[in-house]
Design a protein around this ligand. Structure first.
Ligand code: KIV
Ligand code: ZN
Length: 391
């Protein structure tokens, strides 16, 4: 089977920037947009133009500098929102308007105080109006994760009839289980008339920690675009993490999907986003966390020192991390200590190592971690140091 392309739609600058305290100014958004373009994302969602003059300005500025990616602006299914989004995208080489409306009964009843028929009409009208400005229009059915599949199919059909090029099926509240979300995408593929005129996009939130799994299940069931953010940042518990979905598809080539992402830029971009947004991923964050390639237990360290792939399923260099780290703690073994001591300039014999290791354990039991300076101290305060020194 031929490999199929999965489009990566990055929404770090829109959904990601919704994280409280992470607001970016235009200059910061421009720096990140340039890097996202270099990373190889297919679409950059640059902001929500109607939301503030600053966001309008950022979308306009990003539109001018992005060379390869499509630049996308969010809007509600409201005429003035759509018009303002179109204005902000005037200079984009490849502009896309992303418009939509809530389709779950909860949104229809409580948010819009409306009914299914009216919402379906608003969806159609919004796409039709957006098409009067740009060719590329993405429609989102907000809270699609909790929307009845039969009604969702009707809304998608209306959006396609109005000219939508992409259908976004967001699991806005992060509620779906992977098989349920996958089945929803499959249902749409099988029941929406003219579905092949648009590509299906997944936009998964992480409220139950399933955003990445749900995105992969969507792709396996017919979606061809993933909406995601660097470091998985976004509203509440965040969005699917770009680095995770990209590396899953890369590390599982038999799935037959490829992206345009240059994965070697992932770590640097993760750091840049952290710097500008002022929040770092947790240390155990997959791919980009400080411990993602760090080994601390003796059993693991012994394996990794002998051969990296005993405990690593990807090469850190593939995501831009220079090398795996051996971290010394009280759980570390002789192999790791000998390895770190050698890097610090001490070639220990087996007998020497026995003594240094005993001293190391005494020290490590009283400290969370043993750093390079500590190794010097541990070796040089050992009885055998004179012997090592004179050797
Ligand atoms: O989560 C969501 O439903 C969204 C839409 C606005 C696309 O972010
Ligand atoms: Zn979202």
């Amino acid at each position: 089977m031929a490999t199929q392309k999965v489009e990566i739609f990055d929404t770090t600058l829109r959904d990601g920037e919704q994280v409280p305290g992470c607001k970016l100014n235009t200059e910061q958004k421009l720096i990140l947009a340039r890097k996202l373009d270099e990373l190889g994302v297919d679409v950059i969602e640059a902001g929500f133009a109607i939301s503030s003059p600053g966001d309008f300005k950022s979308i306009e500025a990003i539109s001018k500098i992005v060379n390869n990616a499509t630049v996308c602006g969010l809007s509600r299914a409201v005429k003035n929102d759509i018009k303002v989004a179109a204005e902000a995208l005037t200079y984009a080489k490849k502009p896309r308007i992303h418009t939509g409306i809530g389709t779950s009964d909860s949104h229809i009843k409580h948010k819009f105080k409306s009914n299914r028929e009216e919402v379906l009409q608003r969806a159609y009208d919004a796409v039709k109006y957006a098409k009067s400005f740009v060719e590329d229009v993405e429609f989102y059915a907000e809270d699609a994760g909790r929307t009845d599949n039969d009604y969702l199919a009707k809304v998608c059909e209306a959006a396609i009839k109005a000219g939508a090029t992409v259908l976004n099926i967001p699991d806005t509240t992060g509620y779906c289980l992977p098989q349920e979300y996958g089945a929803k995408i499959k249902y749409l593929k099988e029941h929406v008339k003219d579905i092949d005129k648009a590509i299906i996009s997944c936009h998964c939130h992480n409220d139950l920690g399933l955003a990445t799994a749900n995105s992969i299940e969507a792709i396996r069931n017919g979606a061809r675009q993933i909406e995601c953010t660097i470091n998985g940042i976004g509203e509440r518990a965040g969005n699917a993490a770009l680095e995770e979905v990209v590396m899953i598809l890369k590390q599982h080539p038999y799935l037959n999907f490829e992206t345009n992402i240059n994965s070697q830029h992932l770590f640097a971009l993760s750091q840049l986003v952290s710097k500008h947004m002022g929040i770092s991923p947790q240390p155990n964050k997959a791919i980009v966390g400080a411990n993602a390639f760090a080994h601390s237990s003796g059993i693991h360290q012994d394996g990794v020192i002998k051969r990296r792939d005993t405990y690593e399923i990807m090469d850190p260099k593939d995501v831009g991390v220079t090398e795996s780290a051996i971290v010394l703690t009280a759980r570390s073994g002789r192999a790791a200590l000998a390895y770190k001591a050698k890097n610090a300039g001490y070639n220990l014999t087996k007998l020497q190592l026995d003594e240094v290791y005993a001293n190391f354990l005494n020290f490590a039991d009283q400290h969370k971690q043993v750093n390079d300076d500590d190794i010097h101290q541990i070796v040089e305060t050992s009885n055998i140091y004179r012997e090592i020194k004179s050797a």
